[in-house]
Design a protein. Structure first.
Length: 94
Protein backbone atom coordinates (compact mmCIF):
# COMPACT_ATOMS: atom_id res chain seq x y z
CA UNK A 1 0.00 0.00 0.00
CA UNK A 2 1.39 3.36 -0.98
CA UNK A 3 1.40 5.87 1.87
CA UNK A 4 -0.73 8.95 1.28
CA UNK A 5 -2.76 11.58 3.10
CA UNK A 6 -5.39 9.01 4.08
CA UNK A 7 -2.91 6.50 5.51
CA UNK A 8 -3.64 6.26 9.26
CA UNK A 9 0.07 5.81 10.05
CA UNK A 10 0.89 9.10 8.31
CA UNK A 11 -2.01 10.90 10.00
CA UNK A 12 -0.93 9.49 13.38
CA UNK A 13 2.62 10.63 12.70
CA UNK A 14 1.44 14.12 11.79
CA UNK A 15 -0.61 14.25 15.00
CA UNK A 16 2.40 13.23 17.10
CA UNK A 17 4.57 15.84 15.35
CA UNK A 18 1.94 18.54 15.87
CA UNK A 19 1.55 17.72 19.56
CA UNK A 20 5.33 17.62 20.03
CA UNK A 21 5.85 20.98 18.31
CA UNK A 22 2.97 22.54 20.26
CA UNK A 23 4.87 21.66 23.44
CA UNK A 24 8.02 23.28 22.03
CA UNK A 25 9.91 20.00 21.94
CA UNK A 26 12.34 18.72 19.34
CA UNK A 27 12.40 15.05 18.40
CA UNK A 28 15.54 14.78 20.54
CA UNK A 29 13.75 16.35 23.53
CA UNK A 30 10.87 13.91 23.14
CA UNK A 31 13.25 10.98 22.83
CA UNK A 32 15.05 12.10 25.99
CA UNK A 33 11.74 12.25 27.86
CA UNK A 34 11.06 8.72 26.61
CA UNK A 35 14.49 7.35 27.52
CA UNK A 36 12.87 4.77 29.80
CA UNK A 37 10.82 3.35 26.93
CA UNK A 38 12.67 0.78 24.87
CA UNK A 39 12.87 1.50 21.16
CA UNK A 40 11.95 5.20 21.14
CA UNK A 41 15.17 6.84 20.03
CA UNK A 42 15.15 10.07 18.02
CA UNK A 43 15.36 8.19 14.69
CA UNK A 44 12.35 6.09 15.70
CA UNK A 45 10.41 9.24 16.66
CA UNK A 46 11.21 10.54 13.16
CA UNK A 47 9.93 7.29 11.61
CA UNK A 48 6.71 7.54 13.65
CA UNK A 49 6.17 11.14 12.56
CA UNK A 50 6.67 10.29 8.89
CA UNK A 51 4.32 7.30 9.06
CA UNK A 52 7.05 4.73 8.42
CA UNK A 53 6.82 3.08 11.85
CA UNK A 54 3.72 2.26 13.89
CA UNK A 55 4.52 2.25 17.61
CA UNK A 56 3.17 -0.58 19.72
CA UNK A 57 0.47 0.23 22.28
CA UNK A 58 2.91 0.82 25.13
CA UNK A 59 5.13 3.06 23.04
CA UNK A 60 2.14 5.07 21.81
CA UNK A 61 0.83 5.59 25.33
CA UNK A 62 4.27 6.75 26.49
CA UNK A 63 4.50 9.21 23.60
CA UNK A 64 1.02 10.56 24.33
CA UNK A 65 1.92 11.08 28.00
CA UNK A 66 5.23 12.72 27.08
CA UNK A 67 3.54 15.29 24.84
CA UNK A 68 0.70 15.85 27.34
CA UNK A 69 -1.94 14.84 24.80
CA UNK A 70 -5.49 15.81 25.64
CA UNK A 71 -7.94 12.93 26.12
CA UNK A 72 -9.47 13.73 22.72
CA UNK A 73 -6.07 13.75 20.97
CA UNK A 74 -5.13 10.51 22.73
CA UNK A 75 -8.37 8.85 21.59
CA UNK A 76 -7.78 10.06 18.04
CA UNK A 77 -4.23 8.65 18.13
CA UNK A 78 -5.41 5.28 19.44
CA UNK A 79 -8.14 5.11 16.78
CA UNK A 80 -5.59 5.87 14.04
CA UNK A 81 -3.22 3.19 15.37
CA UNK A 82 -6.04 0.65 15.41
CA UNK A 83 -7.04 1.57 11.86
CA UNK A 84 -3.42 1.12 10.74
CA UNK A 85 -3.29 -2.35 12.29
CA UNK A 86 -6.56 -3.37 10.64
CA UNK A 87 -5.34 -2.16 7.24
CA UNK A 88 -1.98 -3.91 7.66
CA UNK A 89 -3.74 -7.19 8.55
CA UNK A 90 -6.00 -6.89 5.51
CA UNK A 91 -2.94 -6.42 3.32
CA UNK A 92 -1.39 -9.60 4.74
CA UNK A 93 -4.51 -11.71 4.23
CA UNK A 94 -5.35 -10.35 0.78
Amino acid sequence: MEANETDPKRILGALVATLRRARGMSQGNLSARLGHVRGLSQPVISRIETGVYLPDAGQLEAVLRAVDATPLDAKHARDLALAAVVIDRRMVTA
